[in-house]
Ligand binder design. Structure first.
Ligand SMILES: C[S@@+](CC[C@H](N)C(=O)[O-])C[C@H]1O[C@@H](n2cnc3c(N)ncnc32)[C@H](O)[C@@H]1O
Length: 432
């Protein structure tokens, strides 16, 4: 024992699951923080090293690594504006945003007409960084300004909150604000209300705004991310997400985590949104009632194939593979609806399901002629999203090899099958 008493360490470890990757209870936090400060350890199962997912260390060859990965600290899209950045590889997500334009316009128009706010306060949750971050905000402002002209109203002020986890590249957003404002004033010739921007770091699975302050909340392609990998999925061996071969307890654990997270999300937003306020959410989801259906799980199953191939060649330890699970749940429309009805604070105005090809550069949902381009694009899109999670668990050294294998697999599969993502969107009003 190097930095804490044996009794304390045993107590702390006793509260942990055997495979601690991405799995921990909140009430373990304090004990684990003590453990984190320590280094190489030994218990009844032999030597191991405890480390946090946020900073990967080297481990003695023979020892078992137990990574404690905190989703709120590890999860972020690839930062910056480079080749593999989310900013440069988020066309797919932008397409999803475009698909819900009508839903947003209905929400904003009804909201504005019923309240005529002098200051319109809106929040984009899970805004990330790049062209999509300000896309919805600009669209909402344009819709409101158009309404103001039609109704002969003066423009409201706009208070705009951009939320994401603390690891998000907020600096990149802030740097782009001057350009954004300039472009907006060029586009809205008649003039536009003053915009006040603020970044709000923190998890949307908790309170992030004061009571009754928001008129409009938007979130796209963010709520499928869970607050953590569900507990009790240790037997999901060889898989990294729900898959056709996942045991039933794994599927249940994922669903229950989604229920807990989404109901907490609704409860928090119900406090923060004014009566009559509106919320439009889009999840990466599925149509099928089967949570392990191909339409939502296949993209991760193919990544698991790449990782398993590296396990078979001794490039990744089997134990590392078996302790990695993606903290995501892609719900069906009825699963989303059930949670909203159960929580009870919102009326549902609309629920929609849409599809998009995996390759965002495909203009139609059919097999693309340039399949290799498609595989390349999808790999880049997935890399921008999943690389930080993979690096924190498997380390930087294997990443290029993982994604080159993944690309080969994607090219091969996309040449044979029609591959689509499913979006589930819901529009709601805060009840009085
Ligand atoms: C795929 S990106 C979507 C970004 C943007 N909305 C878009 O459509 O391009 C998902 C974002 O959700 C954020 N996110 C995931 N879980 C979150 C949480 N609990 N609280 C806040 N943001 C979260 C991620 O950090 C990431 O930036």
């Amino acid at each position: 024992m190097t930095c804490m008493g044996e009794a304390k360490l045993v107590e702390a470890l006793g509260t942990m699951q055997e495979n601690t990757t991405l799995q921990r209870r909140n009430h373990d936090k304090e004990k684990l923080v003590m453990v984190e400060a320590c280094d190489a350890r030994e218990d009844e199962k032999g030597p191991y090293r405890l480390e946090r997912g946020v900073q990967r260390g080297t481990c003695r060859d023979s020892c078992l690594t137990r990574t404690i990965m905190e989703v709120t600290q590890v999860l972020h899209m690839n930062r910056g504006a480079g080749e593999t950045s989310y900013a440069n590889n988020s066309l797919l997500q932008q397409k999803a945003i475009r698909l819900t334009k009508a839903m947003r316009e209905e929400a904003i128009s009804n909201l504005y007409r019923s309240m005529v706010p002098g200051r319109l306060t809106m929040a984009d949750l899970g805004c990330s960084s790049g062209p999509n971050t300000l896309f919805v905000i600009s669209e909402v402002i344009k819709s409101v300004e158009k309404l103001c002209q039609e109704l002969n109203h003066s423009s409201p002020e706009y208070q705009i909150f951009m939320n994401d986890l603390p690891g998000n590249d907020f600096n990149n957003i802030f740097k782009s604000l001057a350009n954004f404002k300039e472009k907006l004033s060029e586009e809205i010739q008649a003039g536009c209300g003053t915009c006040f921007f603020a970044g709000v770091p923190g998890s949307f699975y908790g309170r992030i705004f004061p009571n009754k302050t928001l008129h409009f909340v938007h979130s796209s392609y963010s709520l499928q991310w869970l607050s953590k990998v569900p507990e009790g999925v240790e037997n999901n061996k060889g898989n990294i997400y729900m898959a056709s071969t996942s045991p039933a307890n794994v599927l249940n654990a994922y669903y229950e985590q989604f229920q807990r997270d989404f109901s907490l999300f609704l409860k928090c937003r119900a406090e923060e949104i004014v009566e009559g306020g509106r919320m439009v959410l889009t999840f990466l989801g599925r149509r099928s009632n089967d949570p392990s259906s191909k339409e939502c799980c296949y993209i991760w199953e193919l990544l698991a194939m790449a990782l398993n191939d590296m396990v078979s060649k001794g490039m990744i330890k089997e134990e590392e593979m078996d302790t990695f699970n993606i903290p995501q749940y892609t719900p069906s429309p009825s699963e989303v609806e059930v949670e909203v009805l159960k929580e009870g604070s919102f009326t549902i105005n609309g629920l929609e399901v849409t599809e998009m090809p995996w390759n965002a550069f495909d203009s139609e949902c059919s097999l693309h002629t340039s399949v290799s381009d498609g595989g390349y694009n999808v790999t880049k899109c997935m890399r921008a999203v999943a690389e930080p999670l993979l690096v924190s668990h498997f380390g930087e050294a294997v990443i290029e090899l993982v994604f080159s294998r993944y690309q080969h697999i994607l090219i091969e599969r996309m040449s044979k099958e029609k591959t689509e993502f499913v979006n589930v969107s819901i529009s709601m009003t805060r009840k009085p």
